[in-house]
Design a protein around this ligand. Sequence first.
Ligand code: BGC
Length: 480
Amino acid sequence: MNTTSKKKRSVVIVIASIAATGGLLFGFDTGVISGAIPFLQDYFQLTDSQVENVTALGLIGAVVGALITGRITDYLGRKKVILASAFIFATGAVWTGMAPTVNQLMISRFYLGLAIGVSSFAVPLYISEIAPTKIRGTLVSMFQLLITVGILSAYLSDKAFANNSNLESWRPMLLVGVVPAVILFVGMFFLPETPRWLMSKGREEEGRKVLGRTEDPEFIDVVINEMKRDIDIDKSQASWKEIFKPWLRNALIIAAGIMFFQQFVGINTVIYYSPKIFLAAGFEGAEAAIAASVIVGVVNVFFTIISLFVIDKLGRRKLYFIGVSGITIALVCMGLGFMIPGAGKWFLVISMLVYIAFFAISLGPLGWLIITEVFPTRVRGLGSSIGSLSNWGFNTLVVWTFYKMASAIGNAKEVVIPEGKVLSDVCPSCVGSVFWIFAAVALIGLVWGYFYIPETKGVTLEEIEEHWRQGGKPRKLKMK
Ligand code: BGC
């Protein structure tokens, strides 16, 4: 690589890292609430259902955020929408941290949720459109990396500020979120709009300039010509209805499908409930269980870093199959860990870490990457927001049904829960069975992936669009 190319690489890496701070906020704000809840509950004297509302309102905010802003990113541009989300993140962190009443806490969590939903699709979208084709996978995966760093920071922040003699410990836990939000806001202010969005609005000169700073020289002309051609074709077509046209059906199935499998292999039951799962597996004391969750967080970050190095080399399909196969086996072992009394708690812990590792190299980054790759420029904002919306919808469904599924299995087995005990105390195998359900879903995901996961490595976003226009099958897409 010559010096100019190296300089360009550094510029885009800096751009992508700043934008990816949106991922850190996503991870932090979804993760931080778990450690804050015990304090909040005592401080405001909340009932369990009020606690559920505080948690759920954040997720509902994310669904609404993803739902209403897809089109706006196509109209106003990617940058303005991310700036707006950074503003909400910053003010939302202050508002939640200082909330005087429980009602304000709920409204402010919803408000913060909006930013989580918006940034979860606008940030990867921005990075994928600004990234040079050859390293697009790596750069978008930085978003996932920062999600995992955000989750880990949330665990650590919860640990650092938890003080049993101070019922207001939850305030600093939530307030620290303002720091990454300000970094995102200030950083984003200086970043350019994406060349693809500029070109689609007829601002060719500006688009060329940005592309000149970021894309590999060998791709600049190809990309510009392809963009122009696509824009010409797009001009004559209706906008939002476009996304439901038959030629984009596969893109929609891919975006919603990958998010379905990302969530229905049960990732967030491990991310949100790992302390509880560790206790159910026989670890004694909340502290040991929380420490075990920190290990989960660290493994998650570490293997996401590995994915950055391999995603543009091995490609999306290989990573998907390696990852989902590993996830399936690990889930079967996790189920066994709960089922067989003599299996030992370490067997369970190791299976869980293996599970996280395989998720972190595959479904984690691939979900957020692929939803930004499969749609044409004019509806990419809307398309990615549908992917993100599916993610939050499925996430809520899985987290909400996890214990319900376990108790349904308990009821079927006629397990009686004595006073003061919970289901996982008396029937760990009921919890274990749910992991087998997730394993079955992962197995179906392997078959689905064979037909629907496209190999987008080294393919320009315009070539992907062209492939759909010609009626190409997802699995037939590859680098020319
Ligand atoms: C998922 C989140 C999950 C996280 C774990 C993300 O890709 O969308 O739901 O909590 O990965 O690292």
